[in-house]
Write a protein that binds this ligand. Structure first.
Ligand code: AMP
Ligand code: ZN
Length: 467
């Protein structure tokens, strides 16, 4: 069955056809690295990774790019006005007594570490906004040349009305209510139209900052939206196949990316399929730092959860439906994951052929707009089926795990050997112990235990056995 996806641009489920045969260019808006990434953010990144894995499962070669926002994201951006509010990075630098550069370095690295813990496939590049200032300036110059900009005392703005007068549509992705909502919060009196947004902000009205650059419009920094247009164009070209993000980005950030990219290249559509994931709720409401429920991977590790349990929990929900997080639901997912590992290990050492009948059902679901809850159910049907052999079950589960990414492959080696990846963990734990990083050493020990091995410390060093 052909892959079908819901495209936010057309508001329809469509057959997926790549622009170039067998190749897919895919971009996802990455985190703003001013703080720990929340489990809500992770829901969106896990959705993007699952889609990428589904594309690969369908035989596509995927060029996947994710940006890291380390400059220019003002708090007003999320309310529909990129010209107001505080700068997230600068605010964090005051909070933590570090420079904005140090903040970006620290939280950027932490994000990548957690990305690995969740077993998400690495992108072709994690492109940082501050590494692409030149590209952003060049793109703004093109937009200026096309006649869609104007200057104010605090920067250079994109003129959405001029853009529409030239025959483009602005805001196709968002609903009318979202646009009007955006219009209501606009407070910058110098903006010609409420939906206009900053391409370049001048430092004069902002004050001293750690991050600023020379530009044709004066010293300052880029607006939040321009980095995604500049970096997607650099790594994927003027037009590419898929762009993903959370549903909040549909109303402002993504329409602005479209306006910038399509006015600069004079072509369209900039992206063929826009895929948006619904929000994660906590205790049935929006999660927030002030509510104390903006949970992170650290919070999971403190409570001894395997990060992959979070992935299992999200795979059990449909990506276009909001999902509610509770610690009890996570506990249930962790139990199911352990059960899966246990059943998988009990299948023995031999790997046979993939069962075609189950594979067909599996493909039907993953290709039906990423229906992972049903695909997970098929996996359990395989485990329970008494009419297929263990080696066949093992091969089929390993095949499905190319999409789920629950690390079954790390359990597949012969049970009497200690696999290389476990030995690497043992080494990493020894290093952590040497530097007295007990939390990290404990975390690694848990990971070893989760994988089904026992580790005992003796005078001769750690001893490993199969649990
Ligand atoms: P931000 O760092 O706020 O720009 O968000 C990074 C990504 O996470 C974006 O794609 C957001 O849409 C997404 N996101 C933010 N909060 C949530 C949430 N509660 N549930 C799902 N995705 C979210
Ligand atoms: Zn973006």
């Amino acid at each position: 069955m052909k892959l079908k996806l819901y495209n936010s641009l057309t508001r329809k489920i469509e057959d997926f056809e790549s622009i170039t045969p067998n190749k897919v260019g895919m971009y996802t808006c990455g985190p703003t690295v001013y703080d720990n990434v929340t489990i809500g953010n992770w829901r969106t990144y896990i959705m993007s990774d699952t889609l990428r894995r589904i594309l690969q499962y369908n035989g596509y070669n995927v060029d996947f790019v994710m940006n890291i926002t380390d400059v220019g994201h003002l708090t007003g951006d999320n309310e529909g006005d990129s010209s107001i509010g505080e700068d997230r990075m600068e605010k964090a630098s005051i909070r933590e007594g570090k420079t904005a550069w140090e903040i970006a370095e620290y939280y950027g690295n932490k994000f990548k570490k957690e990305y690995d813990l969740l077993n998400l496939l690495p992108p072709k590049i994690f492109s940082k906004a501050t590494d692409h200032i030149k590209e952003q300036i060049e793109l703004i110059e093109k937009i200026e040349k096309a006649g869609f900009t104007y200057k104010t005392n605090d920067g250079l703005y994109f003129d959405t009305v001029e853009y529409e007068k030239a025959g483009h549509k602005y805001g196709e992705l968002s609903s009318l209510e979202d646009i009007q909502e955006g219009a209501r919060v606009a407070k910058n009196p110098e903006k010609k139209n409420p939906r206009d947004f900053a391409l370049w902000k001048l430092h004069t009205t902002i004050g001293e900052r750690d991050m600023e650059w020379e530009s044709p419009w004066g010293v300052g920094f880029p607006g939040w939206h321009i980095e995604c247009s500049a970096m997607s164009q650099k790594y994927l070209g003027d037009q590419f196949d898929i762009h993903t993000g959370g549903e909040d980005l549909r109303s402002t950030h993504h329409p602005n990316e479209i306006a910038q990219s399509e006015s600069a290249c004079g072509c369209g559509p900039f992206v063929k399929y826009w895929i948006h994931g619904a929000f994660l709720l906590v205790d049935n409401g929006r999660m927030g730092k002030s509510k104390g429920n903006a949970y992170t991977i650290d919070n999971m590790l403190e409570r001894d959860f395997n990060p992959l349990s979070l992935k299992y929990l999200f795979l059990g929900g449909y990506y276009r439906k909001q999902q509610n997080f509770t610690w009890e639901a996570l506990e249930a997912s962790e139990n199911a994951l352990h059960n899966l590992y246990f059943k998988f290990r009990a299948l023995g050492d031999d790997i046979g052929e993939v069962n075609k009948r189950y594979q067909e059902k599996f493909i039907k679901y993953i290709n039906d707009d990423i229906s992972t809850p049903q695909a997970l159910a098929i996996m359990w049907d395989v485990i329970k089926d008494e009419n297929i052999s263990n080696p066949e079950k093992k091969a089929t589960l390993l095949d499905f795990d190319k999409v789920f990414g629950l690390k079954l492959d790390s359990l597949k080696e012969k049970s009497h050997d200690v696999p290389e990846n476990i030995m690497r963990l043992v080494d990493a734990r020894e290093k952590a112990r040497e530097t007295k990083d007990w939390a990290e050493a404990d975390r690694i020990r848990d990971e070893i235990t989760e994988a089904g091995f026992l580790i005992e410390d003796s005078e001769d060093g750690p001893k490993i056995s199969v649990s």
